[in-house]
Write a protein that binds this ligand. Sequence first.
Ligand SMILES: [Zn+2]
Length: 432
Amino acid sequence: MESIVDLFIGNIIHCDQPFTVTVIQKGFVAVQRNKIIAVGHSSELQNRFTSENVRKTLLSDSQILIPGLIDTHIHACQYPNIGVGMNKPLLQWLKDHTYPLEKKFKDAQFSKRCYDAVVKKTLSYGTTTAAYFGSIYTDSTLILADSAIRLGQRALVGKVNLTKNGPADYIETSEESLRETRRFINEMSKKNSELVKPIITPRFAVSVTKEDLKALGEMAKEFNLPIQAHMNETIDGIKQLESRPGDVHKNFTHTHEILTEKSLFAHCVHMTKEEIQKLADSGSAIAHCPDSNFNLLSGICDVRAFIEAGVKVGLGTDVSAGCSLSIMNAMRYAITASTALSFSKKGYKPLNYFDAFYLATLGGAKALSMDDKIGNFEVGKEFDALIVDLDVQNGPVDIFGEHTALELFQKFIFTGDDRNVTAVYVAGNKVK
Ligand SMILES: [Zn+2]
């Protein structure tokens, strides 16, 4: 017997091209197993999918179907601190709040409790894919991967490398860090998950030696893995690098082993034109985390400059420097940050909600080098999607009368929260 075709019928919204939002009013998406097999207007449904193996989901007038949201930068082990230590600069915040918390992840039970909560909560906000930083502990970070696998989220999971400039009781030797990273990759491959994969994760340029960085770049090449790190987040962090003449890697743009077409750098708030060009030339991406950049007083990233240079850009919550697990929140902050920049730059075109939605979906998929699989409703891609309903009981807003699909979409971006995300699908599986 042929496998069931799931037909989602209603208003469909996605970016079928970069920075272009397409609205299909009274449309449909057909899904078989985990993949999208057809997309179109419901008038094209006549004489198609007529067999009894069709299961229909009819969206109401207050609902829209959109692709799953993508968080390109989140520290799962910082979730217990969310909302704490805001308005402290990065280096102070790390010392006072973040490193003391991350040490607790030596404990397997604490890890499981926290990681299950993070994955459940991000899924409930509609994050179908996340690029996670774990801690320096391999076994604990494998627990994070298990949480994502068990709860059905698509994820890249990284064991953090920290061999320099960390606290005395939260640091590794270079030998240990490289050995444990290799063990992490091997243990991840034994899990044989289609959805959850490892990612090489040197924390900052100052937190590993030049030799570690090269070795990690080579390991990424050996296993064909992506790389994630932070780059040029704060002026103080850059000064810290400049004050160490031995650190010729200055920042990641000086270490070509780390600059790959599968590399993703969070923040990039303070970049020279040459550094931006290096990212573009290498095919690397940035994770724009505007909420975090405000909270830690880091500055405002000029996303437009990266887009114009041809750098791939996704959005990140950067929990817990960002104080929300929601990519809807990241979209709003991206618009606000860009608008704030436009006040002091004549002729500057700030990001609008179409741009923000692109960054949260197809842009994020490109940043994670997953746009062959996810990011929009292109035929052949896997079905990662949300049913969004603006008219829910006890929702964040009330609905008075009818709205067009585009108005519902705007309302979701500017006022929505997890209560509006009424169903979440990852690779065709309903996970909320
Ligand atoms: Zn971060």
